[in-house]
Design a protein around this ligand. Structure first.
Ligand code: NAP
Length: 325
């Protein structure tokens, strides 16, 4: 299969396609996504992902507490490592049982990622969800950021990024100049565009800009009736109503809601790659199909009316049990 064209990921020297594949789902995160993903289907999805044409896969140490990385590692071992030109990113995490977000924990997290993935170096590692610690603790000498920098100096990690939820928090990390790329999630979608100032800042500073969860964790792909969840928890009524209105507009044009949901992110030239989560091999072609559907200007204008206020979905998450992807 022909690879998608790739573009530079900020100044990292890595090149990524406009669409990346998210591997949270294959970590079998039942609480986060409200469904389970059996190992055989996860492995088929990873095999399809590594076969192309999308040459970027994103995972994290915390996805299924190592399960996503373990499953990816099984397929990498079958295939003798990553295909040429492929980018695999992962994220270093707190201890999910104790909440430990220390430098020592980040060292353990990176070492476990290397072991599970079966790799001796990692192209891109993000500090994952630092909303679970303070900015001061994360940036302190011997803290998690410095530990990743040491791995980088030793050649174990090639590039360091930051990934998380609250936009103000990510802006603060981007402003430190310590990160080469940033991942925002669920906050630059058809329904919520509160990441706008972060995307602009990261772009202006030349960071790699990655927009994850264009479907708001599934609702904008499966539809608000079939999957009434946004950002890993039950979606509030207002959001469901707006999504329903958007779905009806799409139906007028015989276009699935997933197409404008994905293309909203793809058409923003500041974004280097849009990370779409999936747990079925057929999703790869479906994603390419969603990217290729022509959307009339008039339809975009009608969808714009239902974007909603720039509220942070974190507020929604705080009302339910805290789960992450
Ligand atoms: N803090 C962070 O750094 C962070 C946070 C969130 C996400 N991420 C990354 O971004 C990735 C994407 O986010 P996400 O997975 O949470 O949300 P998402 O990409 O908005 O949505 C993924 C969901 O959409 C479904 N889906 C995808 N394509 C579909 C299609 N063509 N038809 C029907 N359903 C479709 C998937 O279903 P199936 O499982 O059935 O395929 C899955 O339930 C994650 O996997 C992760 O790698 C990072």
């Amino acid at each position: 299969m022909t690879e998608l064209p790739r573009r530079p990921l900020g100044a990292t020297g890595l090149h990524v396609p406009p669409i990346g594949i998210g591997a949270a789902e294959i970590g079998d995160m039942t609480e986060t996504f409200a469904y389970s993903v059996p190992e055989d289907r996860a492995l088929e999805t990873v095999r399809a992902a590594l076969a192309g044409p999308i040459t970027f896969l994103d995972t994290a140490a915390s996805y299924g507490d190592g399960e996503s990385e373990r499953r990816i590692g099984l397929v990498l071992r079958e295939q003798d490592g990553l295909p040429p030109n492929y980018v695999l990113s992962t994220k270093a995490d707190r201890d999910l049982r104790t909440g430990d977000f220390s430098g020592e924990q980040f060292k353990r997290s990176v070492e476990r990622s290397l072991k599970l993935l079966g790799l001796d170096r990692l192209q891109m590692v993000f500090v994952h969800d630092p909303e679970h610690t303070t900015f001061e603790a994360a940036m302190a000498p011997g803290g998690p950021v410095e530990v990743l920098q040491r791995f980088k100096a030793d050649g174990v990690i090639e590039h360091i990024g930051v990934a998380g939820g609250p936009i103000d928090m990510l802006i603060r990390y981007v402003e430190t100049g310590a990160f080469e790329a940033v991942i925002t999630h669920n906050r630059y979608t058809l329904l919520n565009q509160s990441a706008e100032p972060l995307i602009e800042l990261a772009y202006q500073r030349g960071l790699g800009v990655l927009n994850a969860a264009p479907y708001g964790s599934g609702l904008l792909a499966k539809g608000p009736a079939a999957y009434p969840r946004y950002a890993y928890t039950a979606a509030p009524e207002d959001l469901l109503n707006r999504a329903g209105a958007m779905e009806r507009i799409c139906a007028d044009y015989n276009i699935p809601l997933a197409a404008p949901a994905l293309q909203f992110s793809l058409r923003d030239q500041r974004i280097d790659s849009t990370i779409v989560g999936m747990s079925r091999p057929e999703r790869l072609q479906q994603t390419l199909d969603m990217a290729a559907i022509a959307i009339p200007d008039e339809m975009w204008a009608r969808l714009d009316e239902f974007v909603g206020p720039p509220a942070d979905p974190e507020e929604v998450r705080w009302r339910g049990p805290a789960t992450d992807a």
